[in-house]
Design a protein around this ligand. Structure first.
Ligand code: TGC
Ligand code: FAD
Length: 388
């Protein structure tokens, strides 16, 4: 029998369309050539490699599933998943940038915006000329966004927004922010532009995770925006939650890439490392660990692919996304930590990727709904009882 691919033991690739394979290959090349050579250094310095934005745009990675009439690539949901997987094989921070721009900023403008808003923003966002951020979480408790304190009050033809958001990816490099605020009519979304009076964004420092990504706090102090900035076609928590479903779907794929990067590193290292006169890879305990990583990666690949097929058939449900987000983030963080351990002391520096991925995944398992939140979503589906 032909040798199996160590990172695709079930030949999931054979289930992809020709277009999906081409997308995966082009993003894989971008990660190998443009991300991997610099990313350890970016993480060390705490810098997001913003010079890669035009290149990602050129490859069609921003808003990739949205229609071509808005300057986007019109790709399938599975292709979007593969983009996330290959970007996160480089670094979760690079994938975060693409997730936020695509699923959390371009998607709501497309799904909830007016035709004028779509035409005004989407082509420039696909081209990477306008960067977005998504403000839902507040400092007093991100898991319960229904309890937000940020308010927007109608004042003539304008809205006046007061409050603040915390832990916002891209916040202080963004040109626009999708801001969710409580109104007399329920939660509504507003497109807030950088430089508007009463709007400020500041970087959050001292992060030990996602160091190659920008995370910020947003402040609104009597910020006045015209009614034309409001997303007219959604009201209530289902607006932001609908965006999260899109982003979380991509995040089920991303950590598969991080886990593959770690397994690749640990496999090579353990074959080269000679201890007690034989490679570490020749020991039963190392093989058990490596085999178990391959088992978990294979299950995650099948989960995300089926989820993607459901998505492309218009049948994907939020509970299914929760199950895969929970499973795949847990799979990846456990594998990253085990790979770090297999590398011994060498595993503790950013010369190798495992610890960077392990630290990044601390954010990935927390943002877009913590592991507990997703477990409780699945529990609610099974029992019909809300345990939040
Ligand atoms: P609940 O009563 O369940 O729902 C309210 C309304 O929303 C609808 N809905 C959804 N719609 C779309 N997608 C989903 N996933 C949905 N879940 C619920 C629901 O049908 C209902 O609609 P309607 O018409 O009846 O009003 O609301 P709840 O308050 O009980 O929510 C519970 C809970 C805990 C699941 C929810 O609050 C939640 O998901 N919390 C976690 C918050 C979160 O994930 N925040 C993420 C912020 S963004 C981020 O982290 C970006 S990181 C990006 C990066 O860098 O990559
Ligand atoms: P909390 O909600 O305070 O949770 C604290 C703990 O309580 C957690 O362990 C949680 O699982 C647990 N818990 C919660 N509810 C229950 C319950 N019912 N029962 C038992 N335990 C429970 N947000 C945005 O809006 N936009 C962004 O771009 C964005 N980017 C982010 C980037 C990074 C790097 C990080 C770390 C976060 C980002 N977030 C963003 C915020 C993220 O979504 C929140 O951190 C997340 O939703 C959790 O909220 P919290 O941190 O306030 O934790």
């Amino acid at each position: 029998a032909a040798a199996l691919h160590p990172y695709d033991l079930y030949d999931v690739r054979s289930l992809l369309s020709e277009e999906e394979r081409a997308v995966q290959d082009s993003v894989a090349r971008f990660t190998d050539e443009r991300v991997l050579p610099i990313i350890g250094d970016c993480f060390d310095k705490g810098e997001f490699p913003a010079h890669l934005i035009p290149e990602m745009a050129e490859l069609g990675l921003l808003g990739a599933t949205l229609p071509e009439e808005y300057g986007c690539a019109g790709l399938s949901g599975v292709s979007y998943g593969l983009i996330c997987q290959e970007l996160e094989r480089g670094d979760s921070g690079i994938r975060s940038f693409a997730s936020v721009q695509s699923s959390l900023c371009m998607y709501p403008i497309y799904a909830y915006g007016s035709e004028e808003q779509r035409k005004r923003w989407l082509p420039d966002m696909a081209a990477g000329k306008v960067i977005g951020c998504f403000g839902l979480t507040e400092s007093h408790g991100g898991s319960d966004p229904a309890n937000m304190k940020t308010v927007a009050k109608k004042d003539g033809g304008d809205w006046v927004i007061n409050g603040g958001k915390m832990w916002i990816t891209n916040g202080n490099i963004a040109d626009i922010a999708i801001v969710w605020a409580q109104t007399d009519d329920g939660i509504q979304g507003f497109i807030v532009e950088k430089g508007m009076k009463g709007f400020d964004a500041q970087a959050i420092k001292h992060k030990m995770s996602l160091r190659a990504s920008v995370t910020s706090a947003l402040f609104f102090d009597n910020l006045r925006v015209p009614d034309s900035s409001r997303l007219p076609n959604v009201k209530g928590l289902k607006g932001p939650l609908g965006c999260l479903t899109q982003a979380r779907y991509g995040i089920t794929w991303g950590p598969i890439g991080a886990a593959i990067a770690c397994l690749d590193e640990a496999l090579n290292y353990s074959k080269d490392r000679i201890l007690f006169d034989r490679p570490v890879a020749a020991t039963q305990s190392a093989q058990l660990k490596l085999a178990d990583m391959a088992r978990r990666i294979t299950m995650a690949q099948l989960l995300s692919l089926q989820l993607g097929r459901l998505k492309d058939a218009g049948k994907m449900q939020p509970t299914q996304v929760s199950l895969a987000k929970w499973n795949n983030c847990r799979m990846a963080i456990d594998i990253a930590r085990e790979c770090r351990e297999l590398l011994g002391a060498a595993g503790i520096t950013t010369e190798h990727a495992a610890i960077r991925h392990a630290l990044n995944l601390e954010s990935v398992i927390t943002y877009e709904g913590t592991e507990t939140v997703h477990q409780l979503v699945v529990g609610r589906e099974l029992t019909g009882i809300n345990a939040f």
